[in-house]
Design a protein around this ligand. Structure first.
Ligand SMILES: Cc1ncc(COP(=O)(O)O)c(C=O)c1O
Length: 402
């Protein structure tokens, strides 16, 4: 008997937060730990953003706003979708929430009935399946393997769809692998989806600006305009503008869905903090040069990490196409033995070993639905990344493989 609601029994806390907490606990004992668990940019948000927040706070007009967000912010979001993604949305087709996470939660809360299925191509962002389960849905997790570039293919999508499918989640570029999709790949998925009108598509494009090797980012909405009536394009300021703590995410979608999400929001948090909305508006409307500076730094780090990891025997990593993570294969070490005789049975044992022996915190692939891998965040300095991989290399060299 527990006094906590049953719906929580199958829901896990965030694995990346757990990895980070384990790192903090170890650091509190005096150990020099490198925490590559959580994914947040290590840059300061551009100064004009913080300034806009100060101006709003000083105005004294700190009142509730419309649940969907201030009209000014939604106009800025509509202009961003038009300019950057070639998408036309009216402001009543746009929602603002406390982070992309709350946008996704509101969308699921507004649509998922008990037993409805959500297709989450694995590996996926850790929160997707937990939110689906929390709201009574069933995550369906087709494996999207490294040999397919961690991308969902039309065949795998077709096989995963059932009459109960309510949602397909896409994440481009993706957390944890960085894999992204070009227009032709998205259109091929769109062709399958056209045959299944019961399926909504959630395209999480929060890493849109962190994309490498001169790839052009194509929004799912742009590639498949004929699916507009069941597509929710999700984005936010957390990653592009180094604004994770401001908690502003947004989405564009069909009016009935956005209206239902507004109802969820109005009965839960009312609206997003007024100051944070002003900051997000300044981010979207202001100069964008810092965004490309961040992108260039992330690409350099991606290069450093890919080279360093591929020099470590038994670890595998194809250069991530975007985002700021490396999803590293560690199959060669599953079944190996630590110096004190313990067996590394899976990637969770592997990351536990890395924390204990290399003092590097990473997140096991099990959390993302595809093993054996581990994820490190590359949103830290090149020096720290090089030191972390040096430590990982030294630790795995002490493992006895068969
Ligand atoms: C794929 C993906 N979507 C959404 C989020 C959450 O973004 P926000 O800070 O806007 O809630 C993250 C954060 O790690 C993410 O990786």
């Amino acid at each position: 008997m527990t006094r906590i609601a049953e719906r929580l029994s199958a829901v896990k806390p965030s694995a990346s937060m757990a990895a980070s907490q384990a790192a903090k606990d170890l650091a509190a004992t005096g150990v020099d730990v490198i925490d590559l668990g959580l994914g947040e940019p290590d840059f300061a948000a551009p100064a004009h953003i913080t300034e806009a927040a100060f101006v709003t706070a000083r105005s004294g007009r700190m009142l509730y706003t419309a649940s969907l967000g201030t009209p000014e912010l939604r106009r800025a979001i509509a202009a961003k979708f038009k300019k950057e993604n070639g998408l036309d949305y009216a402001i009543d087709e746009i929602a603002v929430a406390n982070g992309a996470k709350q946008i996704i939660f509101n969308a699921l809360m507004a649509t998922v009935n008990e037993g409805d299925e959500a297709i989450l191509p694995a590996p996926y962002f850790v929160s997707y399946p937990e939110m689906v389960k929390l709201l009574g849905g069933v995550p369906v997790e087709p494996a999207c393997t490294a040999d397919k570039g961690f991308r969902l293919t039309p065949e795998v999508l077709e096989a995963a769809i059932t009459p109960r499918t309510k949602w397909l989640f896409l994440n481009l570029p993706g957390n944890p692998t960085g894999a992204t999709y070009d227009a032709a790949q998205l259109r091929a998925l769109g062709e399958v989806l056209r045959r299944h009108p019961q399926v909504f598509i959630l395209s999480d494009e929060i890493y849109e600006h962190i994309i490498f090797d001169d790839r052009a980012f194509v929004s799912f909405g742009r590639a498949c305009p004929e699916l507009r009536d069941r597509t929710l394009v999700v984005n936010g300021v957390s990653k592009a503008y180094a604004m994770t703590g401001w908690r502003v995410g947004y989405a564009a979608g069909p009016k009935d869905l956005i209206k239902a999400m507004a109802t969820v929001q109005s009965q839960s948090c009312t609206s997003v903090c007024t100051v944070a909305q002003a900051a997000a508006q300044a981010a979207l409307e202001g100069p964008q040069d810092e965004v490309s500076r961040f992108r260039i730094a992330f690409e350099r780090r991606r290069n450093v990490v890919t080279q360093a990891v591929n020099r470590v025997p038994g670890l595998t990593l194809d250069a991530p196409e975007g985002a700021f993570y490396a999803y590293i294969g560690c199959a060669a070490y599953i079944g190996s033995r630590t110096p004190d005789g313990q067996v590394i049975a899976d990637d969770q044992d592997f990351t536990r070993y890395l924390l204990a022996q290399a003092h590097v915190a990473a997140v096991p692939g099990a959390a993302y639905g595809l093993s054996p891998f581990f994820r490190i965040s590359t949103a830290t300095s090149e020096e720290v990344l090089i030191e972390a991989i040096r430590r990982i290399a030294a630790a795995v060299a002490r493992l006895q493989t068969r």
